[in-house]
Design a protein around this ligand. Sequence first.
Ligand SMILES: Cc1ncc(COP(=O)(O)O)c(C=O)c1O
Length: 412
Amino acid sequence: MAHEIHLDPWADLYATRMSNMKGSAIRAMMGSAEIPGMIALAGGLPNTKPIGLDDVVRATRETMKAEGGTALQYGSSEGHKGLKRHIIKLMAEEGVTVDYDDFILTQGSQQALDLVARTFIDVGDRIIVEAPSYVGALQATSGYQPDYLQIRMDDDGMVVDELAVALKKLGPRSAKFIYVVPNFHNPAGVTLPLERRKRLIELARQYELLIFEDNPYGRLRYEGEDIPSLRSMDESVMYTSTFSKIFSPGMRIGWIIAPHPILDKIVIGKQASDLCSSNFAQMVLEHYFDRNLWQKNIEQLRDVYRSRRDAMIAALEEFFPEGTSWTKPAGGFFLWATLPEYLDSSEMLAEAIENKVSYVPGNAFYADGSGAHHMRLAFCYEDEEKITEAIKRLGKVIKGQMALAKSLLIKE
Ligand SMILES: Cc1ncc(COP(=O)(O)O)c(C=O)c1O
């Protein structure tokens, strides 16, 4: 049957920014998780199993009893004080001292990314990002049509020396901000060591640049010592984190800390965007966090994710062919695999899906669309047995592609 071609009758009405915005490759892949037998290494879905549902019911009941109609009303754009109290404690544990008016609550960190983008970026403004970079940050910023300066990453995160070389040429105030995910990077899985953090702060000071630190995974460390956040080293750093990975992404609550003049602008953006975050969700979270249950949850989560990461690394060692490599994350959800440069992981995806295994091709994480010989593998979602099977299947697909490429080369 011939496919009907649907032309969009509104195509000439859309804003130019829409032509720069791509749907997230990861969101598109989420559907593939529904295919029977599929093992999903694509999406970074947090494990919500340790959360006691009865505890959430209790927190909800307490919210309705204690807050009554207030929970059902609009709240302040800056966020509910009762929940802010818990965030102040969380941040203090990370060595960051903040007061109620130093930060606002957002709909997850994703909204913080959008608000920072809309506060700072005019068409053609330069922003500095890691390469690879969190795809949701690229999505949030691309609509504002910036000019991306990508700085390469290695096993220790952003290669700050290469940033220094670039800045020497560009000079002071040459970018609107530097966006970094220093802990257990999404997608690269790597962590920026203390020395590089210090150097990054130094460079930002020298060249009068703002740093935007995104730290959703910092508490999901499976070994080693915590490294101080950039924000704890410099109060001009903008910082976002979220309840999505330490509790539940369904609550859609995150926060952003920023210097007051910037925060004032961000609040105006938030009002334009959604007036306020859900009062109800903020209050349920407050009551849940009042009982300190999240600490037990997170210990369980660390155990589960650590064991899944170990299973993935063991399977990679066993089933991935020579000529491939991967990062060894000390925390977080993702590991970054590198294939020989002649392979294209986005072209290979169809064959992987046929073999009932999904991943996210590397080029989704580069502002310039490069990086196709990498792939992001999520170890957070499937159990050890399925992860091992998925890596075995993927190893076979890669070996097949390598053999094919070799035979084509010999024929030429
Ligand atoms: C690096 C990074 N930043 C921000 C987010 C957004 O998280 P949320 O909006 O659920 O808080 C994610 C989610 O995966 C992420 O990996």
